[in-house]
Design a protein around this ligand. Structure first.
Ligand code: MN
Length: 426
């Protein structure tokens, strides 16, 4: 694949969206909703490409899917179609291809990113959230069971729960502080009111492409063929509601009031050169059961993840957001293939447009915590540059996630932003 695009902003070494990325998203522009591909500071409008006859070498049904207003038809095809479309888009945007006439027609299908409003990329059918970071599970477990933080099933079974799809919003939407039942201390009676311990959770999401039939598991070495691509996920969590309601059945209203996703879906093909082997399990840990053992040499992704925070006071004083943590997706205990295969291992059918999230991604070191709850282990509360401090989120706080991967000799690929600002409870 060529490295330079004739779209000048795509060759900026700092862009999230070089020619090597080509993520899919859904945008609104001039009162219509279309699917597109990010390239530098532009979006290639796939519907416009179809009407300009620029996708002609592709099969008619793929071209049709490009004229849809959501990504589900394209997701449903599976990897062969995705590869063909990706190659064609790459040709259209590559600097060393394209006659003047083609270039002129492709240029007319570009829309500046700043003019659009991004949408959720698909009507999400089902949303599942896992708990795949052992560092997160251990730090959170320590708060409740200092001597025995990990439950005995953790190293055998990828833990997850079914979340709610209706409240998933795209980056940039405000998030209203939820109210719920809160029991402030052991002896106190529960009361109903705004959450006082609102938190974020830094996660990566997987959009399912082609699904599996009900009753038919997905073999681990086929699991990644079912993943259309990845995005960032903020699984907002109200810790006080969570601690009271979640026993014995797990997360419910503490998490389903809002989930924010980044708007661009990064194809696994774009991430292929940045894959790394899954870290070896520590000595003494059990080998995964056979259905979860993959033959893939590079099952993990070297993806740097960052969280930044800006309070309303900081915003008013023009103080830029402060980075509060940095982690890496390669630190996960369970791979994306293991999560997909485990989900379908009982015959549960995954469908195009389902969203599976990894769970909070944290690393072993201080500074790599993927949520505020884990920072309770620090000696000091989080200090902001203007003197404020945080234990949990306050109204007006804006939380932004970023993700990128880079490697010697290859362009940097980014995920774009996943951002949300907390507004006061009703
Ligand atoms: Mn979560």
């Amino acid at each position: 694949m060529a490295l330079k695009s004739w779209v000048v902003s795509a060759n900026d070494p700092q862009t999230d969206f070089p020619l090597a990325n080509l993520p899919y998203g859904v945008f609104r522009h001039q009162h219509s909703q279309r699917i597109g591909v990010a390239i530098g500071e532009q979006i290639l409008d796939l519907g416009a490409c179809a009407s300009e006859n620029l996708l002609a070498p592709l099969a008619a049904e793929i071209i049709d899917a490009c004229t849809a207003s959501v990504l589900s038809p394209l997701m449903a095809f599976g990897p062969e179609a995705w590869t063909m479309l990706r190659l064609r888009i790459s040709e259209l945007l590559s600097a060393d291809h394209a006659s003047d006439d083609t270039l002129h027609r492709v240029a007319s299908a570009l829309v500046p990113m700043r003019e659009v409003e991004m949408q959720t990329p698909v009507q999400i059918g089902d949303y599942t959230d896992f708990y795949a970071s052992i560092h997160h599970a251990t730090r959170v477990g320590k708060l409740f069971r200092p001597d025995n933080p990990l439950l005995p099933n953790y190293k055998y079974v990828p833990i997850g729960y079914h979340g709610r799809a209706s409240s998933i919003v795209v980056s940039g939407n405000e998030v209203r502080r939820p109210s719920g039942q809160i029991k402030p201390s052991l002896g106190a009676e529960p009361s109903f009111g705004p959450s006082r311990s609102l938190d974020y959770e830094l996660e990566v999401g997987m959009f399912i492409g082609a699904g599996n039939s009900l009753g038919m598991p997905i073999p681990i070495d086929e699991a990644e063929q079912h993943i259309f691509g990845l995005c960032l996920v903020n699984d907002w969590s109200a810790r006080d509601i969570q601690s009271w309601e979640s026993q014995p059945l797990g997360p419910f209203l503490a998490k389903n009031f809002a989930t924010t996703i980044s708007p661009w879906i990064i194809p696994l093909e774009a991430l292929a050169p940045y894959r790394v082997p899954v870290s070896a399990r520590p000595e003494g840990d059990p080998v995964p059961l056979p259905y979860l053992v993959s033959s893939a040499a590079k099952g993990a992704i070297d993806l740097t993840l960052e969280v930044s925070l800006q309070s309303s006071q900081m915003r008013e004083s023009n103080i830029p957001p402060m980075r509060v943590s940095r982690g890496n997706m390669r630190d996960l205990y369970w791979s994306i293939a293991q999560l997909v295969t485990h989900h379908a291992s009982n015959g549960c059918n995954l469908r195009p447009g389902d969203l599976l999230a990894t769970g909070t991604i944290s690393g072993p070191a201080e500074g790599s915590e993927g949520c505020l709850l884990e920072m309770k282990h620090r000696a000091e509360p989080l200090r902001m540059p203007n003197g404020e401090s945080r234990v949990f989120l306050e109204d007006g706080d804006q939380v932004t996630f970023l993700a990128f991967t880079q490697r010697e000799g290859l362009p940097r690929i980014g995920f774009g932003e996943c951002t949300g600002m907390i507004i006061a409870a009703v």
